[in-house]
Design a protein around this ligand. Structure first.
Ligand code: PXL
Length: 281
């Protein structure tokens, strides 16, 4: 029997990031894709569960919210042991959970807020009072907030129908206290695929590739988790957003058709690409 030396890596040398979000058992979105993304981007991802969903590639059949006191306890317990460098919030579900998260999060740590309200298949994931609490309690603390167009419309009350109203909606997030916003252009009927990034230095437009699949499941979760990982690793917010766009572009290019005609993000695109080069080419 051979003696195999093992390289150990002290947890003190790891960089930690945590996602506070709902579970998607199909692993195409929610906590599961967040964890895969953070891992692929080089940080140790952690998860705080806010809700359980019963869902597959086509339907969300049920949602059960976690007791807000227990959500708070999950965050506080992690904080006792781990120097978490950046938090991400996703599906929070309702106002009591949003308030519990706002109370438990430490002041000094950057927070990336993906204001998840509606699923890719149009199921409501956070109710109206939850959306209101998000605006009052969490958006003012965001290092960056990453709404898509329907979410920005619900939160800001601004109808987005052209480039000008999109920039007006982006400004609304800064006026609400966020330090930066990426308003994603994937749902736009004008200037499709162009995101608006806004911080106190002004507006920057970020364009990306447009792919032949529509609504790839988990794209918003994957994007916000990649931003979270890069901020945890020390990137300034705008650089983290640009790197996350590159990561997401590849995760879409290697999207997995996990049910007929249903595509989901592939944060494991690097391994996938290596495998294709080794065995398929
Ligand atoms: O993609 C948004 C999203 C976020 N979080 C959970 C989800 C979904 C979409 O279905 O299920 C738990």
């Amino acid at each position: 029997m051979a003696y195999i030396p093992v390289m150990t890596n002290s947890y003190r040398t790891s960089v930690f990031a945590a996602s506070i979000a709902g579970s998607d058992p199909s692993a195409g979105a929610g906590l599961q894709i967040d964890l895969k993304t953070m891992n692929a981007c080089g940080v140790w991802g952690m998860t705080v569960v806010t809700a359980l969903t019963a869902q597959n590639a086509n339907h969300v059949r049920g949602i059960v919210g976690v007791d807000p006191v227990f959500v708070q306890s999950q965050i506080k317990t992690l904080e006792e042991d781990f120097p978490i460098s950046c938090y991400k919030t996703g599906m929070l579900g309702n106002a009591p959970i949003v308030r519990a998260v706002a109370k438990a999060l430490p002041d000094a740590v950057p927070i990336v807020i993906d204001p998840v309200l509606i699923s890719t298949r149009a199921y409501r994931l956070t109710d109206d009072s939850g959306a209101k609490a998000l605006v009052e309690r969490l958006i003012p603390r965001a290092a960056v907030v990453t709404p898509n167009i329907p979410e920005a419309e619900i939160l800001s009350g601004i109808t987005i129908m052209d480039a000008e109203s999109m920039e007006e909606a982006a400004c609304w997030f800064l006026d609400s206290g966020a330090r930066a916003v990426v308003l994603k252009g994937g749902h736009a009927t004008f200037r499709k695929g162009v995101d608006v990034f806004l911080d106190r230095d002004g507006t920057r437009l970020l364009s990306g590739n447009v792919y032949p699949f529509s609504d790839v499941h988990g794209s918003g979760c994957c994007f916000a988790s990649a931003i979270t990982a890069y901020i945890a690793l020390g990137c300034p917010v705008f650089s983290a957003v640009k790197l996350a766009k590159e990561f997401v572009d590849m995760a879409i290019r290697y999207a997995v058709e996990y049910a007929p005609g249903r595509f989901t993000m592939n944060p494991g695109w690097r391994e996938h690409r290596e495998y294709m080069l080794k065995f398929v080419v």
